[in-house]
Design a protein. Structure first.
Length: 155
């Protein structure tokens, strides 16, 4: 079975302080893993390196068998990633935001996206700023970030 995520001796330093210290991780295809630990343990840092948001100081990271530094649009279309501090453009309407997202996902399913919009009761003319506060207050998490990955069915 192939690995979906793999790190080898991954190290990340921030101004000399170690955020990651030789992290070795191998997540086989079809498995479910959780990164658990106290604040400052390196969970977010590891994910940001895997997503090519941060560069490792030492070691390597792979996602889908590709060095995380080489991930491109084709790979990102297969990855669902929601940042803990997701910032959405509050000035955009739901309709505009969906149109903005669609080109990032080559196999975007319009029918599924419309179904999810109905399921979450998201009016197309409403600005994201108004909806973000509502959905965070009710559920404890934002709704929008999950729609792109869910609405993109592999071809």
């Amino acid at each position: 079975m192939s690995s979906m995520l793999r790190t080898k001796d991954l190290v990340k330093l921030f101004r000399g302080a170690k955020a990651l210290d030789r992290l070795n991780l191998d997540v086989p295809e079809g498995s479910v893993y959780a990164l658990v630990g106290p604040n400052g343990a390196g969970k977010t840092t590891a994910i940001k390196i895997l997503m090519n948001i941060l560069r490792p100081t030492l070691g390597s990271a792979e996602v889908l068998g590709v060095n995380s530094r080489d991930l491109g649009p084709r790979h990102f279309a297969e990855i669902g990633y929601v940042s803990e501090n997701q910032e959405l453009p509050g000035w955009m309407t739901v309709k505009y935001f969906m149109a903005y997202l669609k080109p990032f996902y080559p196999t975007w399913d319009d029918a599924l996206a419309e179904e999810l919009l109905r399921q979450f009761d998201l009016p197309l003319d409403r600005k994201l700023a108004a909806l973000i506060a509502r959905h965070v207050d009710e559920s404890g998490a934002g709704v929008f970030a999950g729609i792109p990955a869910t609405a993109d069915r592999p071809g």
